[in-house]
Design a protein around this ligand. Sequence first.
Ligand code: SAM
Ligand code: SF4
Length: 410
Amino acid sequence: MFDKLIYIETFGCQMNVNDSERIVTMLADLGYAPTNDPASADMILLNTCSVRGGAEEKVYRRLANLRIYKRDGKKQIIAVGGCVAQQEGEELLRKLPYLDLVIGTHNLHLLQDSIKGESRLSRFVTVMQGCDNFCSYCIVPYVRGREISRRSSDILTEVRQLADEGVREVILLGQNVNSYGLKSDHEPSFAELIRQVADVDGIDRIRFTTSHPKDMSDELIACFGDIPKLSGQIHLPAQSGSDAVLKLMGRGYTRESYLGKVRKLKSIRPDIVITGDIIVGFPGESDADFEQTLSLMEEVRYIDLFSFVYSPRPGTKAAELSDDLPRAVKMARLDRLMELQRRHTMEISLPYVGSLMTVLVEGEGKLPGQISGKADIGRIVNFTGDSSLIGSFVDVRITKAYPNSFLGEL
Ligand code: SAM
Ligand code: SF4
């Protein structure tokens, strides 16, 4: 029985989206239902991200806006979760007297006992926490700690439970999923783990994120050739196309070895689509380095790209490098990169018009009478249909391609 409302704003990566989902599930046991209206909420939670700079200030500003809902004498709880909470801890409570609760990323599991399964169709399953890579720009290993793989037996038990609850798709989640189990003699490789998950009846589609290119093994690439349940989309962040910048970033691969892995993926699954992350304006990135990034994009042809302007994070190795590239130059590079990506997204998407895609229908669409779901390649497809189809896989003919979705008909 729900008798209270929770309003959550989530910033940052899929880890945080996953944490927010876990919090909603945990709080459901305490009688909280989610709401989109902060004014009516009994609890307001900001799930924060500190991967780029200015995060703390943004949280302070947003909290200052949200606290107005507390003014009318209502007994409302205001809470902060995620990486900023993990980093700042009780300091936040001291600085902000109207803040009631701080939930770090490390103590979320204490609430885990009370998790109650919520039947939905696509669910994240965490396979590992933390990261050991220490890419020179990145704060994640400091905030989320060292890499710890979960026991495969626990992961499989969770996947079976989800399948029993009606979940049809799982997204295996970690900062660097393809180094899963490498530190342990008892656990399977990530490729083997995918095969075991694929054996679970009821789960019909598997995705994973994020893979580090240096740990993308031939064994894992082979999975795309012979596991039909494995989605035809992979997120493989390159960060840069220049060897000099990759070296400074401490990524552990070269442009050529990255491209070699992309070529292997495409030869094993010719229809695979690739998404990625790129950082522009890393300290010392020259015009020639940036051109290398654009030419890498031309070779890979990402369907979608998350692009970031480099932001120094205190305590990381890159923060000690001289970052003297004018902001205007960084922004001009970002504009060019995004322009190229928009072209690639449409060039890759348009040929799908007229084709059939198998869509897992997950909910109502944007317009009345429409339903919506995800295709195997991870894109949203909206189409006219009855909501009784929610929860099933259907074949949809694509009629129009947009920058972020497709329109289709049953
Ligand atoms: N573990 C994943 C990986 O290695 O690809 C991604 C983790 S990180 C949360 C997501 C993305 O944020 C990274 O791929 C990177 O492009 C971007 N990022 C991380 N630190 C950054 C920084 N200091 N400045 C700009 N972008 C950053
Ligand atoms: Fe950050 Fe690199 Fe780890 Fe990704 S692999 S979380 S970018 S340190």
